[in-house]
Design a protein around this ligand. Structure first.
Ligand code: SAM
Length: 278
């Protein structure tokens, strides 16, 4: 049976850009690619408990986090964001398979002034744009939050609002129906996740607001290749990891959340963790 190839966001990146847009960001990581091996030899194969003292910093011989590196280099920033967009595009969007209507929209009791959805650290906004495209008549506001220096990256039309924010500061949007984040908590250690989650929890309404986390949920064994590669990336670049369901349960519980359900479509184990405050 002959293979059929379909052009998707990632493959278009090779074609359209003067460089290898979605993938070349990895080349900006300097010596870290080689550094991680030396790092682990030097630390006797122990991961660093500190986010900014891992293989990336060891290889680059400084204390810059991944996010500082990106902010300092516009081309790296562009390529990283293209990579994130491409990674989403190929998999399909959460709204294509998660029961948004039944589990989120039907429970929205607010009006036009109230916030339905906040996409926290949403990058160029591909996930909230996909939501708006699928549910154009949603009552309530849609907000894309990102680091102030990243806000110009998102090209939006329609009713999505942009807002600068910091994961480590109190969440300004109070009482939204949905707090969504994709591929954010995997960038941070357990104690940092706890801090991020506590800020979100303080803004939520008990019994009403939902936390929707889109991340890999690694199986305890026989993990799919893509998720395993991401796990390795997280280790090298952020001193973190992709988490199993047990690890997600622990991190969420540490900040006063309980998991309602883990939704895992067939495929590479990228899932939605639906959670609410205890
Ligand atoms: C791995 S990307 C995920 C982006 C998007 N959710 C996606 O899936 O494509 C992580 C995002 O976190 C943002 N970020 C990093 N540190 C942050 C901070 N302290 N406060 C807010 N956002 C931050 C970055 O700018 C980046 O867009």
């Amino acid at each position: 049976m002959p293979y059929k190839y379909v052009v998707k966001v990632a493959s278009k990146g090779f074609d359209e850009a003067s460089d290898l847009t979605p993938f070349s960001w990895a080349s900006y990581l300097g010596d870290s690619g080689r550094g991680h091996e030396q790092f682990f030899r030097a630390t006797r194969f122990q991961n660093s408990p500190e986010a900014n003292n891992g293989p990336l910093q060891y290889g680059n011989k400084n204390k810059d986090s991944m996010w500082n590196l990106i902010s300092k280099n516009p081309q790296f920033n562009d390529d990283f964001n293209a990579f994130m967009e491409a990674s989403s595009g190929d998999r399909g969007f959460w709204v294509d398979w998660f029961p948004v209507q039944e589990h989120l929209l039907d429970g929205f009791t607010g009006g036009a002034e109230d916030v339905f959805l906040v996409d926290m650290a949403g990058g160029r906004g591909q996930d909230i744009k996909a939501f708006e495209a699928k549910f154009p008549n949603t009552p309530g506001r849609l907000i894309l939050q990102e680091r102030e220096c990243m806000l110009d990256e998102a090209k939006l039309s329609g009713k999505i609002e942009k807002m600068g924010f910091d994961l480590f500061k109190p969440q300004q949007v109070k009482g939204a129906k949905v707090y969504y984040m994709k591929k954010i908590l995997h960038d941070w250690t357990d104690s940092q996740c706890q801090e991020i989650l506590q800020h979100i929890r303080s803004a939520m309404l008990k019994g009403y607001s939902k936390l929707i986390i889109e991340e890999f949920v690694m199986p305890e064994k026989d993990a799919p290749l893509l998720a395993t590669l991401w796990d390795w990336n997280m280790l090298v670049f952020c001193s973190t990891m992709e988490r199993t369901q047990t690890q997600w349960n622990q991190v969420l519980a540490s900040a006063g959340f309980q998991v309602v359900k883990v939704w895992s479509p067939p495929g590479d184990s990228q899932s939605i963790i639906e959670a609410e405050m205890v």
